[in-house]
Design a protein around this ligand. Sequence first.
Ligand SMILES: Nc1nc2c(c(=O)[nH]1)N[C@H]1C(S)=C(S)[C@@H](COP(=O)(O)OP(=O)(O)OC[C@H]3O[C@@H](n4cnc5c(N)ncnc54)[C@H](O)[C@@H]3O)O[C@H]1N2
Ligand code: MOO
Length: 583
Amino acid sequence: MTYGEFDDDFGEEPDGMVGRTRSEAAGEASGDPFEEALALANATAPVRGRPAAEGGAEPLTVRVPHATRETAAAHSSTTGGGGDIPYTPDDPFSLDDPAASGNSTWRSSRPSCSSNSSRSSGPDRSSDPAGRESPETLEGPAAPTGPGHHPTVAAGALPWHTAREIAERAVPGPPAPETSALGDALGRTLAAPLAALTDLPSFDTSAMDGWAVSGPGPWRLDHPSGTAEDGAPPGILAGHSPAEVLRDGHAIPIATGARVPSGATAVLRSEHGEVRELSDGGRRLYAPRPAPPGQDIRPRGQECRRGDQLLPAGALVTPAVLGLAAAAGYDELTAYPRPRAEVLVLGDELLDHGLPQEGRIRDALGPLLAPWLHALGVEAAAPRRLADDADTLYAAIAQSTADVVITTGGTASGPVDHVHPTLRRLGAEVLVDGVAVRPGHPMLLARLAPHRHLVGLPGNPLAAVSGLVTLAEPLLRTLAARPPGAPFRAPLAAPVHGHPQDTRIVPVTYREDDRHGLMAMPLRFHGPAMLRGIAAADALAVVPPGGAERGTELELLELPWSAGLSVGWSPGPSTGWTAPGSA
Ligand SMILES: Nc1nc2c(c(=O)[nH]1)N[C@H]1C(S)=C(S)[C@@H](COP(=O)(O)OP(=O)(O)OC[C@H]3O[C@@H](n4cnc5c(N)ncnc54)[C@H](O)[C@@H]3O)O[C@H]1N2
Ligand code: MOO
Protein backbone atom coordinates (compact mmCIF):
# COMPACT_ATOMS: atom_id res chain seq x y z
CA MET A 1 0.00 0.00 0.00
CA THR A 2 1.33 3.36 -0.82
CA TYR A 3 1.73 5.33 2.31
CA GLY A 4 -0.21 8.50 2.21
CA GLU A 5 -3.21 7.17 0.37
CA PHE A 6 -5.31 7.23 3.46
CA ASP A 7 -3.45 9.53 5.71
CA ASP A 8 -5.87 12.31 6.07
CA ASP A 9 -7.68 13.67 9.03
CA PHE A 10 -11.01 12.34 7.87
CA GLY A 11 -10.36 8.81 8.95
CA GLU A 12 -10.67 6.92 5.73
CA GLU A 13 -10.01 3.27 6.33
CA PRO A 14 -7.25 1.35 4.61
CA ASP A 15 -8.54 -1.50 2.50
CA GLY A 16 -9.65 -4.41 4.61
CA MET A 17 -10.12 -2.30 7.69
CA VAL A 18 -13.32 -0.54 6.89
CA GLY A 19 -15.87 -0.96 9.63
CA ARG A 20 -13.49 -2.48 12.13
CA THR A 21 -12.69 -0.81 15.35
CA ARG A 22 -9.19 0.23 16.15
CA SER A 23 -8.80 -2.47 18.77
CA GLU A 24 -10.12 -5.11 16.43
CA ALA A 25 -7.62 -4.06 13.88
CA ALA A 26 -4.84 -4.13 16.42
CA GLY A 27 -5.99 -7.46 17.84
CA GLU A 28 -5.83 -9.07 14.45
CA ALA A 29 -2.25 -8.08 14.04
CA SER A 30 0.41 -10.74 14.06
CA GLY A 31 0.56 -11.13 17.80
CA ASP A 32 3.96 -9.52 17.63
CA PRO A 33 3.97 -6.57 20.06
CA PHE A 34 5.71 -4.42 17.50
CA GLU A 35 3.12 -5.20 14.86
CA GLU A 36 0.37 -4.54 17.34
CA ALA A 37 1.84 -1.22 18.40
CA LEU A 38 2.23 -0.29 14.76
CA ALA A 39 -1.31 -1.38 14.02
CA LEU A 40 -2.58 0.67 16.92
CA ALA A 41 -0.55 3.65 15.89
CA ASN A 42 -1.65 3.30 12.32
CA ALA A 43 -5.17 2.11 12.90
CA THR A 44 -7.62 4.43 11.33
CA ALA A 45 -10.06 6.68 13.02
CA PRO A 46 -13.67 5.52 12.82
CA VAL A 47 -15.27 6.05 9.46
CA ARG A 48 -17.17 9.24 9.55
CA GLY A 49 -18.90 8.61 6.27
CA ARG A 50 -17.27 11.32 4.27
CA PRO A 51 -18.02 10.35 0.70
CA ALA A 52 -15.06 10.51 -1.58
CA ALA A 53 -16.87 13.12 -3.60
CA GLU A 54 -16.65 15.44 -0.62
CA GLY A 55 -12.94 15.64 -0.85
CA GLY A 56 -11.29 12.23 -0.62
CA ALA A 57 -10.46 12.30 -4.28
CA GLU A 58 -9.86 15.98 -4.62
CA PRO A 59 -6.48 17.53 -4.86
CA LEU A 60 -6.52 19.52 -1.67
CA THR A 61 -4.83 22.79 -1.08
CA VAL A 62 -1.89 24.13 0.74
CA ARG A 63 -1.73 27.71 1.79
CA VAL A 64 1.01 30.08 0.99
CA PRO A 65 3.30 30.07 3.95
CA HIS A 66 3.29 32.56 6.70
CA ALA A 67 5.73 34.96 5.13
CA THR A 68 3.63 35.44 2.05
CA ARG A 69 0.34 35.73 3.80
CA GLU A 70 0.23 39.44 3.43
CA THR A 71 0.71 39.19 -0.28
CA ALA A 72 -1.74 36.33 -0.64
CA ALA A 73 -4.75 38.59 -0.69
CA ALA A 74 -3.27 40.55 -3.54
CA HIS A 75 -3.09 37.36 -5.57
CA SER A 76 -6.44 35.97 -4.59
CA SER A 77 -8.28 37.63 -7.41
CA THR A 78 -6.24 35.65 -9.89
CA THR A 79 -6.49 32.31 -8.13
CA GLY A 80 -9.93 32.87 -6.76
CA GLY A 81 -8.75 31.26 -3.55
CA GLY A 82 -6.98 33.50 -1.11
CA GLY A 83 -3.55 32.41 -2.19
CA ASP A 84 -4.18 28.67 -1.82
CA ILE A 85 -2.50 26.39 -4.22
CA PRO A 86 -3.52 22.83 -4.93
CA TYR A 87 -1.92 20.00 -3.12
CA THR A 88 -2.45 16.30 -2.69
CA PRO A 89 -4.61 14.59 -0.11
CA ASP A 90 -1.75 13.74 2.18
CA ASP A 91 -0.98 17.35 2.82
CA PRO A 92 -1.38 17.43 6.54
CA PHE A 93 -2.31 21.04 6.68
CA SER A 94 -4.99 21.03 4.07
CA LEU A 95 -6.47 17.87 5.51
CA ASP A 96 -6.95 19.67 8.75
CA ASP A 97 -9.05 22.16 6.96
CA PRO A 98 -11.73 20.65 4.77
CA ALA A 99 -12.86 24.11 3.78
CA ALA A 100 -9.54 24.62 2.12
CA SER A 101 -10.09 21.76 -0.30
CA GLY A 102 -12.53 23.39 -2.59
CA ASN A 103 -10.56 25.94 -4.47
CA SER A 104 -7.89 24.10 -6.38
CA THR A 105 -7.18 25.48 -9.76
CA TRP A 106 -4.14 23.56 -10.85
CA ARG A 107 -2.06 20.65 -9.72
CA SER A 108 1.41 20.85 -8.42
CA SER A 109 4.27 18.89 -9.87
CA ARG A 110 6.31 16.59 -7.70
CA PRO A 111 9.33 15.71 -9.76
CA SER A 112 10.91 12.93 -7.74
CA CYS A 113 7.61 11.39 -6.69
CA SER A 114 6.19 11.23 -10.14
CA SER A 115 8.98 8.87 -11.12
CA ASN A 116 8.50 6.86 -7.95
CA SER A 117 8.92 3.27 -9.04
CA SER A 118 7.34 1.76 -5.92
CA ARG A 119 4.34 3.85 -6.57
CA SER A 120 3.91 3.05 -10.19
CA SER A 121 4.31 -0.65 -9.44
CA GLY A 122 1.75 -0.43 -6.65
CA PRO A 123 -1.88 -1.38 -6.87
CA ASP A 124 -3.87 0.36 -9.55
CA ARG A 125 -6.07 2.73 -7.70
CA SER A 126 -7.55 4.43 -10.72
CA SER A 127 -10.49 2.07 -10.51
CA ASP A 128 -10.81 2.37 -6.76
CA PRO A 129 -14.47 1.69 -6.01
CA ALA A 130 -14.35 4.32 -3.30
CA GLY A 131 -13.72 6.80 -6.02
CA ARG A 132 -10.34 7.94 -4.81
CA GLU A 133 -8.01 9.04 -7.50
CA SER A 134 -4.84 7.12 -8.03
CA PRO A 135 -1.76 8.82 -6.68
CA GLU A 136 -0.51 9.05 -10.23
CA THR A 137 -3.44 11.15 -11.32
CA LEU A 138 -2.85 13.40 -8.37
CA GLU A 139 0.59 14.20 -9.65
CA GLY A 140 -0.92 16.18 -12.45
CA PRO A 141 0.90 18.37 -14.89
CA ALA A 142 3.65 20.76 -14.03
CA ALA A 143 2.67 23.80 -12.00
CA PRO A 144 1.94 26.81 -14.08
CA THR A 145 4.08 29.85 -13.76
CA GLY A 146 3.31 33.46 -14.43
CA PRO A 147 1.22 36.17 -12.89
CA GLY A 148 -1.26 33.90 -11.14
CA HIS A 149 1.36 31.62 -9.60
CA HIS A 150 2.12 31.79 -5.90
CA PRO A 151 5.35 30.16 -4.88
CA THR A 152 5.02 27.92 -1.81
CA VAL A 153 8.49 28.86 -0.62
CA ALA A 154 8.06 32.49 0.16
CA ALA A 155 10.86 34.98 0.17
CA GLY A 156 11.11 34.81 3.95
CA ALA A 157 10.60 31.06 4.42
CA LEU A 158 14.03 29.51 4.75
CA PRO A 159 14.93 26.01 3.62
CA TRP A 160 14.70 23.61 6.54
CA HIS A 161 18.42 22.82 6.79
CA THR A 162 19.32 26.51 6.55
CA ALA A 163 16.89 27.39 9.32
CA ARG A 164 18.42 24.71 11.56
CA GLU A 165 21.91 26.01 10.91
CA ILE A 166 20.87 29.58 11.70
CA ALA A 167 19.35 28.38 14.96
CA GLU A 168 22.47 26.39 15.80
CA ARG A 169 24.68 29.42 15.21
CA ALA A 170 22.41 32.08 16.68
CA VAL A 171 24.68 32.08 19.73
CA PRO A 172 28.47 31.84 19.51
CA GLY A 173 28.62 29.04 22.06
CA PRO A 174 27.73 28.10 25.61
CA PRO A 175 28.18 30.45 28.55
CA ALA A 176 31.14 29.92 30.90
CA PRO A 177 31.25 26.54 32.59
CA GLU A 178 30.43 26.18 36.25
CA THR A 179 31.27 23.67 38.93
CA SER A 180 28.40 21.92 40.59
CA ALA A 181 27.78 19.06 42.95
CA LEU A 182 28.09 15.77 41.13
CA GLY A 183 24.38 14.98 40.96
CA ASP A 184 23.53 18.39 39.58
CA ALA A 185 25.69 17.80 36.53
CA LEU A 186 23.28 15.25 35.07
CA GLY A 187 22.37 16.16 31.52
CA ARG A 188 25.08 18.81 31.25
CA THR A 189 28.15 18.72 29.04
CA LEU A 190 31.60 18.27 30.58
CA ALA A 191 33.71 21.39 30.18
CA ALA A 192 36.95 19.57 30.94
CA PRO A 193 38.14 16.02 30.40
CA LEU A 194 37.24 13.62 33.16
CA ALA A 195 40.61 12.40 34.44
CA ALA A 196 40.76 9.64 37.02
CA LEU A 197 41.58 10.98 40.47
CA THR A 198 42.61 7.49 41.56
CA ASP A 199 43.59 4.11 40.26
CA LEU A 200 40.57 1.88 39.64
CA PRO A 201 40.34 -0.39 41.43
CA SER A 202 42.31 1.53 43.97
CA PHE A 203 43.59 -1.68 45.61
CA ASP A 204 43.91 -5.34 44.66
CA THR A 205 40.36 -6.55 45.13
CA SER A 206 38.81 -9.95 45.51
CA ALA A 207 36.42 -10.59 42.63
CA MET A 208 34.69 -13.48 44.42
CA ASP A 209 33.55 -14.72 47.80
CA GLY A 210 35.93 -17.47 48.91
CA TRP A 211 39.44 -17.58 50.25
CA ALA A 212 42.56 -15.56 49.57
CA VAL A 213 45.30 -18.15 49.19
CA SER A 214 49.07 -17.92 49.15
CA GLY A 215 51.02 -20.35 46.99
CA PRO A 216 49.90 -23.78 45.83
CA GLY A 217 47.42 -25.66 48.02
CA PRO A 218 46.35 -27.19 50.21
CA TRP A 219 46.38 -24.26 52.62
CA ARG A 220 46.13 -23.88 56.34
CA LEU A 221 43.10 -21.75 57.08
CA ASP A 222 43.60 -18.57 59.12
CA HIS A 223 41.18 -16.07 60.55
CA PRO A 224 42.22 -12.44 60.38
CA SER A 225 41.80 -11.83 64.10
CA GLY A 226 39.94 -13.87 66.62
CA THR A 227 37.74 -16.64 65.29
CA ALA A 228 34.29 -16.87 63.78
CA GLU A 229 33.10 -18.39 67.03
CA ASP A 230 33.86 -15.29 69.10
CA GLY A 231 31.78 -13.11 66.82
CA ALA A 232 34.63 -11.70 64.74
CA PRO A 233 33.96 -11.43 60.99
CA PRO A 234 34.53 -14.76 59.25
CA GLY A 235 37.39 -13.42 57.19
CA ILE A 236 38.20 -10.22 55.35
CA LEU A 237 35.12 -8.19 54.44
CA ALA A 238 34.69 -5.42 51.86
CA GLY A 239 35.56 -2.09 53.37
CA HIS A 240 38.15 -3.54 55.76
CA SER A 241 41.88 -3.50 55.41
CA PRO A 242 43.62 -6.76 56.24
CA ALA A 243 46.36 -6.02 58.72
CA GLU A 244 48.33 -9.19 58.39
CA VAL A 245 50.44 -10.60 55.59
CA LEU A 246 49.17 -13.91 54.29
CA ARG A 247 51.95 -16.42 54.70
CA ASP A 248 52.86 -18.97 52.04
CA GLY A 249 50.67 -22.08 52.38
CA HIS A 250 47.96 -20.19 54.24
CA ALA A 251 44.44 -19.11 53.24
CA ILE A 252 41.92 -16.73 54.75
CA PRO A 253 38.18 -16.28 54.03
CA ILE A 254 37.51 -13.20 51.93
CA ALA A 255 34.40 -11.46 50.54
CA THR A 256 33.87 -10.00 47.07
CA GLY A 257 35.17 -6.45 47.01
CA ALA A 258 37.49 -6.94 49.98
CA ARG A 259 41.08 -5.84 49.79
CA VAL A 260 43.32 -8.82 49.07
CA PRO A 261 45.99 -9.18 51.78
CA SER A 262 49.59 -8.82 50.78
CA GLY A 263 51.16 -12.19 50.25
CA ALA A 264 48.00 -13.60 48.60
CA THR A 265 48.56 -15.09 45.14
CA ALA A 266 44.97 -15.90 44.15
CA VAL A 267 41.39 -16.11 45.30
CA LEU A 268 39.65 -19.46 45.41
CA ARG A 269 35.87 -19.31 45.01
CA SER A 270 33.86 -20.71 47.90
CA GLU A 271 32.30 -23.34 45.65
CA HIS A 272 35.73 -24.56 44.52
CA GLY A 273 37.26 -25.39 47.91
CA GLU A 274 36.66 -27.84 50.70
CA VAL A 275 37.59 -27.30 54.34
CA ARG A 276 38.61 -30.28 56.46
CA GLU A 277 39.16 -30.31 60.21
CA LEU A 278 42.64 -31.31 61.35
CA SER A 279 43.46 -33.43 64.39
CA ASP A 280 45.31 -30.47 65.97
CA GLY A 281 42.07 -28.43 65.91
CA GLY A 282 43.17 -26.46 62.91
CA ARG A 283 41.55 -26.58 59.47
CA ARG A 284 42.88 -27.16 55.99
CA LEU A 285 41.53 -25.91 52.64
CA TYR A 286 41.70 -28.24 49.65
CA ALA A 287 41.04 -27.38 45.99
CA PRO A 288 40.44 -29.96 43.25
CA ARG A 289 42.31 -27.73 40.77
CA PRO A 290 45.32 -25.48 41.24
CA ALA A 291 44.67 -21.76 41.81
CA PRO A 292 46.86 -19.98 39.24
CA PRO A 293 48.46 -16.69 40.35
CA GLY A 294 46.10 -13.75 39.99
CA GLN A 295 42.95 -15.87 39.75
CA ASP A 296 39.85 -13.90 40.73
CA ILE A 297 41.85 -10.87 41.83
CA ARG A 298 41.04 -7.51 40.23
CA PRO A 299 44.44 -5.86 40.34
CA ARG A 300 44.84 -2.24 41.33
CA GLY A 301 44.67 0.03 38.25
CA GLN A 302 43.06 -2.62 36.06
CA GLU A 303 40.43 -0.15 34.76
CA CYS A 304 42.49 3.03 34.92
CA ARG A 305 45.50 4.65 36.47
CA ARG A 306 45.27 7.95 38.29
CA GLY A 307 45.39 10.73 35.67
CA ASP A 308 44.08 8.59 32.84
CA GLN A 309 41.46 10.41 30.75
CA LEU A 310 38.18 8.61 31.21
CA LEU A 311 36.06 10.91 29.04
CA PRO A 312 36.85 13.91 26.87
CA ALA A 313 35.54 17.42 27.38
CA GLY A 314 32.21 17.72 25.61
CA ALA A 315 30.89 14.39 26.85
CA LEU A 316 27.31 14.38 27.99
CA VAL A 317 26.88 13.64 31.69
CA THR A 318 24.65 10.61 31.72
CA PRO A 319 23.72 8.56 34.78
CA ALA A 320 26.60 6.21 33.86
CA VAL A 321 29.02 9.16 33.73
CA LEU A 322 27.87 10.22 37.20
CA GLY A 323 28.62 6.70 38.41
CA LEU A 324 32.04 6.64 36.76
CA ALA A 325 32.92 10.10 38.09
CA ALA A 326 31.94 9.04 41.61
CA ALA A 327 33.97 5.84 41.32
CA ALA A 328 36.94 7.88 40.12
CA GLY A 329 36.78 10.14 43.14
CA TYR A 330 34.78 13.19 42.04
CA ASP A 331 32.48 15.16 44.36
CA GLU A 332 31.94 17.96 41.84
CA LEU A 333 32.01 18.32 38.10
CA THR A 334 32.74 21.27 35.87
CA ALA A 335 30.17 21.44 33.12
CA TYR A 336 28.30 23.98 31.05
CA PRO A 337 25.20 25.39 32.69
CA ARG A 338 21.81 24.20 31.59
CA PRO A 339 20.16 26.71 29.29
CA ARG A 340 17.11 28.21 30.94
CA ALA A 341 13.93 28.25 28.95
CA GLU A 342 10.58 29.78 29.68
CA VAL A 343 7.55 28.38 27.91
CA LEU A 344 4.64 30.73 27.26
CA VAL A 345 1.52 28.95 26.07
CA LEU A 346 -0.83 31.31 24.26
CA GLY A 347 -4.49 30.72 23.55
CA ASP A 348 -7.69 31.70 25.31
CA GLU A 349 -9.25 28.51 23.97
CA LEU A 350 -6.99 26.27 26.02
CA LEU A 351 -8.05 24.30 29.06
CA ASP A 352 -5.61 22.78 31.52
CA HIS A 353 -7.84 19.98 32.74
CA GLY A 354 -10.96 18.03 31.92
CA LEU A 355 -12.64 17.39 28.62
CA PRO A 356 -12.69 19.73 25.65
CA GLN A 357 -15.97 21.60 25.64
CA GLU A 358 -17.80 24.48 24.02
CA GLY A 359 -15.10 25.01 21.42
CA ARG A 360 -12.33 24.95 23.96
CA ILE A 361 -9.60 22.33 23.83
CA ARG A 362 -6.94 20.96 26.14
CA ASP A 363 -3.49 22.49 26.14
CA ALA A 364 -1.36 19.71 24.67
CA LEU A 365 1.84 21.70 24.50
CA GLY A 366 2.41 22.65 28.11
CA PRO A 367 2.56 18.98 29.17
CA LEU A 368 4.71 18.07 26.15
CA LEU A 369 7.25 20.85 26.09
CA ALA A 370 8.58 20.98 29.64
CA PRO A 371 9.69 17.34 29.87
CA TRP A 372 10.94 17.41 26.28
CA LEU A 373 13.12 20.38 27.17
CA HIS A 374 14.33 18.63 30.30
CA ALA A 375 15.31 15.68 28.14
CA LEU A 376 17.42 18.09 26.12
CA GLY A 377 19.19 19.17 29.29
CA VAL A 378 17.29 22.43 29.58
CA GLU A 379 16.07 24.00 32.78
CA ALA A 380 12.50 24.85 31.93
CA ALA A 381 10.19 26.47 34.42
CA ALA A 382 6.61 25.23 34.52
CA PRO A 383 4.94 26.53 31.35
CA ARG A 384 2.88 29.69 31.80
CA ARG A 385 -0.50 30.03 30.15
CA LEU A 386 -1.09 33.52 28.87
CA ALA A 387 -4.31 35.12 27.70
CA ASP A 388 -4.47 36.20 24.07
CA ASP A 389 -3.59 39.75 24.93
CA ALA A 390 -0.82 41.77 23.30
CA ASP A 391 0.21 43.65 26.44
CA THR A 392 0.32 40.48 28.52
CA LEU A 393 2.58 38.83 25.96
CA TYR A 394 4.76 41.92 25.70
CA ALA A 395 5.21 42.08 29.46
CA ALA A 396 5.92 38.36 29.77
CA ILE A 397 8.64 38.42 27.10
CA ALA A 398 10.11 41.74 28.25
CA GLN A 399 10.35 40.57 31.85
CA SER A 400 11.67 37.11 31.12
CA THR A 401 15.22 36.40 32.16
CA ALA A 402 15.35 33.07 30.34
CA ASP A 403 18.05 32.36 27.77
CA VAL A 404 15.31 31.18 25.44
CA VAL A 405 11.65 32.14 25.56
CA ILE A 406 9.49 29.60 23.77
CA THR A 407 6.02 30.71 22.80
CA THR A 408 3.33 28.43 21.41
CA GLY A 409 0.57 29.68 19.16
CA GLY A 410 -0.03 33.17 17.92
CA THR A 411 2.56 32.95 15.13
CA ALA A 412 0.03 33.36 12.31
CA SER A 413 -1.77 36.53 11.36
CA GLY A 414 -5.13 35.90 12.96
CA PRO A 415 -6.87 38.57 15.04
CA VAL A 416 -5.26 37.40 18.29
CA ASP A 417 -1.90 36.28 16.88
CA HIS A 418 0.31 38.68 18.78
CA VAL A 419 3.79 37.19 18.41
CA HIS A 420 4.96 39.15 15.36
CA PRO A 421 3.63 42.54 16.49
CA THR A 422 5.09 41.96 19.96
CA LEU A 423 8.53 41.17 18.52
CA ARG A 424 8.37 44.38 16.51
CA ARG A 425 7.36 46.30 19.62
CA LEU A 426 10.28 44.76 21.51
CA GLY A 427 12.68 45.72 18.72
CA ALA A 428 13.71 42.08 18.37
CA GLU A 429 15.89 40.96 15.49
CA VAL A 430 14.00 38.27 13.62
CA LEU A 431 16.50 35.64 12.45
CA VAL A 432 14.07 33.12 11.01
CA ASP A 433 10.58 34.12 9.95
CA GLY A 434 8.94 31.06 8.48
CA VAL A 435 10.55 27.82 7.35
CA ALA A 436 9.81 25.79 4.25
CA VAL A 437 8.71 22.80 6.30
CA ARG A 438 5.39 21.04 6.84
CA PRO A 439 4.02 21.11 9.40
CA GLY A 440 5.22 24.13 11.26
CA HIS A 441 6.03 26.62 8.54
CA PRO A 442 5.09 29.74 10.56
CA MET A 443 7.80 28.96 13.17
CA LEU A 444 10.18 31.78 13.95
CA LEU A 445 13.38 32.62 15.77
CA ALA A 446 14.22 36.08 17.09
CA ARG A 447 17.03 37.66 19.06
CA LEU A 448 15.60 39.65 21.96
CA ALA A 449 19.00 40.73 23.28
CA PRO A 450 22.56 39.54 22.56
CA HIS A 451 22.15 36.44 24.73
CA ARG A 452 18.40 36.07 24.79
CA HIS A 453 16.34 34.48 22.07
CA LEU A 454 12.75 33.65 21.37
CA VAL A 455 11.49 30.65 19.47
CA GLY A 456 7.92 31.04 18.28
CA LEU A 457 6.28 27.66 17.82
CA PRO A 458 3.04 27.40 15.87
CA GLY A 459 0.01 26.45 17.92
CA ASN A 460 -0.86 23.25 16.08
CA PRO A 461 0.76 20.61 18.29
CA LEU A 462 2.74 18.63 15.67
CA ALA A 463 3.68 21.91 14.01
CA ALA A 464 5.01 23.00 17.41
CA VAL A 465 7.08 19.80 17.64
CA SER A 466 8.41 20.52 14.18
CA GLY A 467 9.45 23.98 15.38
CA LEU A 468 10.97 22.49 18.49
CA VAL A 469 13.23 20.14 16.55
CA THR A 470 13.98 22.66 13.81
CA LEU A 471 14.75 25.82 15.78
CA ALA A 472 14.66 25.26 19.54
CA GLU A 473 16.72 22.08 19.72
CA PRO A 474 19.74 23.34 17.69
CA LEU A 475 19.81 26.66 19.58
CA LEU A 476 19.55 24.95 22.96
CA ARG A 477 22.13 22.37 21.91
CA THR A 478 24.69 25.10 21.21
CA LEU A 479 23.85 26.86 24.47
CA ALA A 480 24.25 23.59 26.36
CA ALA A 481 27.42 22.67 24.42
CA ARG A 482 25.82 19.34 23.67
CA PRO A 483 27.25 17.37 20.79
CA PRO A 484 24.95 17.04 17.80
CA GLY A 485 23.32 13.64 17.59
CA ALA A 486 25.18 11.24 15.35
CA PRO A 487 23.67 11.53 11.87
CA PHE A 488 21.17 8.77 11.54
CA ARG A 489 19.61 7.54 8.35
CA ALA A 490 17.43 4.57 7.56
CA PRO A 491 15.57 3.41 4.49
CA LEU A 492 11.86 3.99 4.34
CA ALA A 493 9.62 0.96 4.77
CA ALA A 494 6.92 2.65 2.69
CA PRO A 495 6.89 5.59 0.30
CA VAL A 496 6.02 9.02 1.63
CA HIS A 497 4.38 11.75 -0.36
CA GLY A 498 6.22 14.99 -0.37
CA HIS A 499 5.26 18.59 -0.38
CA PRO A 500 6.09 20.14 -3.74
CA GLN A 501 8.60 22.63 -2.36
CA ASP A 502 8.84 22.15 1.39
CA THR A 503 10.54 19.59 3.57
CA ARG A 504 8.15 17.38 5.50
CA ILE A 505 8.63 16.14 9.04
CA VAL A 506 6.88 12.78 9.40
CA PRO A 507 6.74 10.54 12.49
CA VAL A 508 8.18 7.08 11.87
CA THR A 509 8.66 3.94 13.85
CA TYR A 510 11.51 1.48 13.42
CA ARG A 511 11.00 -1.99 12.07
CA GLU A 512 13.39 -4.78 11.25
CA ASP A 513 13.33 -6.03 7.72
CA ASP A 514 15.09 -9.28 6.78
CA ARG A 515 16.56 -7.76 3.65
CA HIS A 516 17.14 -4.12 4.57
CA GLY A 517 17.74 -4.30 8.31
CA LEU A 518 16.35 -1.37 10.26
CA MET A 519 13.71 0.53 8.31
CA ALA A 520 11.61 3.58 9.10
CA MET A 521 7.88 3.00 8.81
CA PRO A 522 5.96 6.24 8.34
CA LEU A 523 3.05 6.63 10.70
CA ARG A 524 -0.35 7.99 9.93
CA PHE A 525 -1.92 10.71 12.02
CA HIS A 526 0.81 13.16 11.20
CA GLY A 527 -1.49 16.12 10.55
CA PRO A 528 -0.29 19.36 12.13
CA ALA A 529 -2.96 19.24 14.82
CA MET A 530 -2.28 15.58 15.69
CA LEU A 531 -0.01 13.97 18.23
CA ARG A 532 -1.18 10.40 17.72
CA GLY A 533 1.53 9.58 15.22
CA ILE A 534 4.41 11.07 17.14
CA ALA A 535 3.25 9.52 20.39
CA ALA A 536 3.91 6.12 18.78
CA ALA A 537 7.06 7.21 16.92
CA ASP A 538 10.72 6.45 17.38
CA ALA A 539 11.90 9.30 15.19
CA LEU A 540 10.92 12.03 12.77
CA ALA A 541 11.82 11.46 9.15
CA VAL A 542 13.01 14.45 7.15
CA VAL A 543 11.22 14.01 3.84
CA PRO A 544 12.69 16.13 1.05
CA PRO A 545 10.46 18.15 -1.24
CA GLY A 546 8.85 15.81 -3.73
CA GLY A 547 8.67 12.87 -1.33
CA ALA A 548 10.60 9.63 -1.11
CA GLU A 549 10.14 6.09 -2.35
CA ARG A 550 10.25 2.94 -0.27
CA GLY A 551 13.87 2.07 0.34
CA THR A 552 15.10 5.66 0.13
CA GLU A 553 17.45 6.46 2.99
CA LEU A 554 16.17 9.46 4.89
CA GLU A 555 17.64 11.58 7.61
CA LEU A 556 15.99 10.75 10.91
CA LEU A 557 15.71 13.00 13.91
CA GLU A 558 15.64 10.71 16.88
CA LEU A 559 13.32 11.58 19.70
CA PRO A 560 15.15 12.20 22.95
CA TRP A 561 13.65 9.17 24.65
CA SER A 562 14.35 6.74 21.82
CA ALA A 563 17.82 8.17 21.19
CA GLY A 564 18.79 7.53 24.80
CA LEU A 565 19.38 11.26 25.17
CA SER A 566 16.81 11.79 27.81
CA VAL A 567 19.41 11.72 30.53
CA GLY A 568 18.59 15.18 31.28
CA TRP A 569 17.57 15.78 34.80
CA SER A 570 14.07 15.86 36.03
CA PRO A 571 13.35 18.82 38.25
CA GLY A 572 11.82 18.08 41.60
CA PRO A 573 8.88 20.24 42.65
CA SER A 574 11.17 22.67 44.41
CA THR A 575 14.29 22.51 42.26
CA GLY A 576 12.80 23.72 38.99
CA TRP A 577 13.63 27.18 37.94
CA THR A 578 10.85 29.61 38.66
CA ALA A 579 10.38 32.19 35.99
CA PRO A 580 9.65 35.71 37.11
CA GLY A 581 5.92 36.28 37.03
CA SER A 582 5.00 32.62 37.28
CA ALA A 583 2.64 31.74 40.06
N1 LIG B 1 -4.29 32.84 6.89
C1 LIG B 1 -3.48 31.91 7.34
N2 LIG B 1 -3.81 31.25 8.43
C2 LIG B 1 -3.00 30.31 8.90
C3 LIG B 1 -1.80 30.00 8.24
C4 LIG B 1 -1.48 30.70 7.09
O1 LIG B 1 -0.44 30.47 6.46
N3 LIG B 1 -2.33 31.65 6.69
N4 LIG B 1 -1.02 29.01 8.72
C5 LIG B 1 -1.67 27.98 9.46
C6 LIG B 1 -0.71 27.14 10.07
S1 LIG B 1 0.11 26.10 9.04
C7 LIG B 1 -0.53 27.09 11.40
S2 LIG B 1 0.51 25.94 12.08
C8 LIG B 1 -1.24 27.95 12.29
C9 LIG B 1 -0.28 28.63 13.22
O2 LIG B 1 -1.05 29.41 13.97
P1 LIG B 1 -0.61 30.04 15.32
O3 LIG B 1 0.80 29.77 15.63
O4 LIG B 1 -1.03 31.45 15.28
O5 LIG B 1 -1.45 29.19 16.32
P2 LIG B 1 -2.91 29.41 16.83
O6 LIG B 1 -3.71 30.07 15.80
O7 LIG B 1 -2.82 30.04 18.15
O8 LIG B 1 -3.34 27.92 16.96
C10 LIG B 1 -3.41 27.08 15.87
C11 LIG B 1 -4.18 25.83 16.27
O9 LIG B 1 -3.52 25.16 17.28
C12 LIG B 1 -4.35 25.05 18.43
N5 LIG B 1 -3.49 25.21 19.59
C13 LIG B 1 -2.82 26.32 19.93
N6 LIG B 1 -2.14 26.12 21.06
C14 LIG B 1 -2.38 24.85 21.43
C15 LIG B 1 -1.96 24.06 22.54
N7 LIG B 1 -1.14 24.56 23.49
N8 LIG B 1 -2.42 22.79 22.64
C16 LIG B 1 -3.27 22.30 21.70
N9 LIG B 1 -3.67 23.00 20.62
C17 LIG B 1 -3.25 24.26 20.50
C18 LIG B 1 -5.34 26.17 18.30
O10 LIG B 1 -6.49 25.95 19.04
C19 LIG B 1 -5.56 26.18 16.81
O11 LIG B 1 -6.43 25.14 16.46
O12 LIG B 1 -1.90 28.97 11.62
C20 LIG B 1 -2.65 28.52 10.49
N10 LIG B 1 -3.37 29.62 10.02
O1 MOO C 1 1.15 23.04 9.02
MO1 MOO C 1 1.13 24.41 10.08
O2 MOO C 1 2.55 24.58 9.24
O3 MOO C 1 0.06 23.44 10.78
O4 MOO C 1 2.29 24.37 11.20
